[in-house]
Design a protein around this ligand. Structure first.
Ligand code: CDP
Length: 201
């Protein structure tokens, strides 16, 4: 039996952490769809054509070590506005969502475009300042020397590009639970998501 959980929201709102935790809790598979766009963005930084990179994407490409950098994040949000890039990635994501045993997908358009019939839809958000602080600490732990102000500017630029694009703009899906994590601990945010999923099972 399939059971799809769609978790969308802006950069560093907590989607990844919440998705991994609820997937482990319910024994569901998890797909971080941002990695698909990051892998395409990384190939473009190496000189590839964006559409060809998306059409030829392989599972190994998602393992590349540098996909979490701020530079790749910006490149990802630039390729993500290209309709042909998005189209090339749809079938893989839809098949993942409907695999046997349940699936959690996190991204920007899971509840709106990829899986509008998901059993549970959650839009995870937080204030830009809180998100920038979280991403700043993550990047610093990974060796980045970016300042908090630079990270905030990056997050705001990506938010604008992701929500203003014509194809699959980031926005809460109809019927999505809005989960603002600005004032919540990780455990509290995970508990809200877990409860919402348990209520639908
Ligand atoms: O981890 P973070 O939230 O910062 O970003 P991500 O989820 O890895 O996504 C990187 C970029 O990919 C986003 O800024 C979007 O432009 C794009 N993306 C998208 O367009 N649609 C998705 N389903 C997932 C990511």
């Amino acid at each position: 039996m399939s059971f799809a959980v769609a978790i969308d929201g802006p950069a560093a709102a907590g989607k990844g952490t919440i998705s991994r935790a609820v997937a482990a809790h319910f024994g569901f598979a998890h797909l971080d769809t941002g990695l698909l766009y990051r892998a395409v963005g990384a190939k473009v930084l190496e000189g590839a054509d964006a559409i060809e990179a998306a059409e030829g994407l392989r599972a190994e490409d998602l393992q590349a070590g540098h996909l979490r950098t701020a530079e790749v994040a910006q490149a990802a949000s630039k390729v993500a506005v290209i309709p042909e890039v998005r189209a090339a990635l749809v079938d893989f994501q839809r098949a993942f969502a409907r695999r046997d045993g349940g699936a959690v997908l996190d991204g920007r358009d899971i509840g709106t475009v990829i899986c509008p019939d998901a059993e549970v839809k959650i839009f995870v958000t937080a204030s830009p300042e809180v998100r920038a602080k979280r991403r700043f600490l993550e990047l610093r732990a990974a060796g980045s020397t970016m300042s908090l102000d630079e990270v905030l500017a990056d997050v705001l630029a990506r938010d604008a590009r992701d929500s203003e694009r014509a194809t699959a703009p980031m926005k809460p899906a109809e019927g999505a639970l809005i989960l603002d994590t600005s004032e919540l601990t990780i455990d509290e945010a995970v508990a809200v998501a877990t409860k919402a999923i348990a209520a639908r099972r």
